[in-house]
Design a protein around this ligand. Structure first.
Ligand code: KG4
Ligand code: ZN
Length: 342
């Protein structure tokens, strides 16, 4: 079976073709992504209408590239992101998918974007053992999801305010580092000392599995304000020019990036380990854009090996962590199997 996966929920136009057989073998034939960094960088974040327009412009060339790379196979099924996401952006992908399905007389499966991230893990391993604990960390969501089977998903906890990726992006903005912030913070953190600033680890000791990253971001904001001896607290808007006014040194920026990143990682790992113990998990999986963070990848793997040696750990390849069409195509396989077996 050849599946076309279409993803347009935010600022990446992603189209992929995957081949899947019922022995559960999966092969990515093509996975083309057109990102819109230049469109949104001047605004320091994604502007929904500009994103939708860029998807409209990009979707056809991305689709043609994906077909060409896969050598124009016969497509049996279309999978498209339905929600959550920016409505004008989602509509571009959904309408494109519907037009293709009508033209080719093939079915469409609509996919939840977060499940798409989770299923990125099945692109390189079809034998992930249940029960699974999935830590989803993206720009829009932070969730701990308990999966007892492909049919049984339960959200154990989620962020009460900012998502982890959103916090990376906002802290990068405070430090004048540009957009998207996650990859830049992660690069800067490599050169910094995570022990420099004693930042809070919000909700780390709470009994539940919810997260909060807004207070951590505000702690960074106050620390920068104090550093600049500024009586007026910084605002998020215009902070890159304020950074120049404050003359934050490269060393300060690197140390702050490392300290913030470590605080966020500590909370994510601690809650994951706690949930894995409580729910007698067999496998922990990681997913979402922030799971491309090299320090998070390294530390969570080490921690699981050390403290939960009987639990397996799985994460997607770095290029499959951020939004892409292959993960959407993969998720459709399990939605289809689930419906067939019902
Ligand atoms: O999953 P994704 O591509 O889109 C959403 O569904 O939101 O995630 C994008 C988020 C952004 O906030 C971005 O800054 C963050 O993932 N991100 C990272 C890294 N690469 C992307 N955060 C930390 N470290 C990274 N290396
Ligand atoms: Zn995403």
């Amino acid at each position: 079976m050849i599946i076309l996966g279409i993803e347009t929920s935010c600022d990446d136009t992603g189209i992929a073709l995957i081949e899947y057989d019922w022995q559960k073998k999966c092969r990515i034939l093509s996975n083309i992504i057109s990102s819109q960094i230049e469109v949104h960088a001047p605004y320091g974040g994604v502007v929904p209408n500009l994103a939708a327009r860029a998807h409209l412009k990009n979707i056809k060339p991305v689709f043609e590239k994906a077909l060409k790379k896969a050598n124009y196979p016969k497509i049996n099924l279309i999978a498209v992101t339905k929600e959550p996401g920016l409505i004008p952006c989602l509509l571009v992908g959904i309408n494109f998918a519907k037009a293709l399905a009508y033209n080719w007389s093939i079915p469409i499966i609509e996919i939840n974007h977060i499940k798409g991230h989770i299923y990125a893990n099945w692109l390189n391993n079809s034998n992930i053992e249940f029960p699974i604990l999935s830590l989803v960390v993206s720009g829009g969501h932070t969730q701990l999801v308990l999966m007892k089977s492909h049919k049984d998903f339960k959200i154990l906890g989620e962020t009460r305010d900012d998502a982890a990726g959103e916090a990376f992006d906002k802290v990068a903005k405070l430090l004048g580092l540009g957009y998207p912030g996650g990859p830049i913070i992660s690069q800067r953190a490599l050169k910094g000392n995570p022990l420099t600033f004693n930042l809070p680890r919000p909700m780390i000791r709470n009994k539940d599995y919810d997260f909060s990253f807004s207070g951590l971001k505000t702690a960074v904001l106050y620390e920068i304000s104090r550093h600049g001896l500024s009586s007026t607290p910084l605002s998020y808007k215009g902070c890159s020019s304020q950074r120049h006014a404050l003359k934050l040194s490269e060393k300060y920026i690197n140390n702050m990036a490392a300290s913030f990143q470590q605080a966020a990682i500590d909370v994510l790992i601690s809650k994951t380990i706690k949930a894995a113990n409580e729910f007698k998990i067999k496998t922990i999986i990681l997913s979402g854009g922030v799971s491309a963070n090299s320090e998070l990848r390294k530390q969570i793997e080490e921690k699981i090996k050390k403290d939960l040696s009987n639990i397996k750990f799985q994460m997607p390849e770095i290029k499959l962590c951020t939004d892409n069409g292959a993960m959407i195509a993969m998720a459709s396989v399990y939605k289809l199997e689930k419906n067939i077996k019902k």
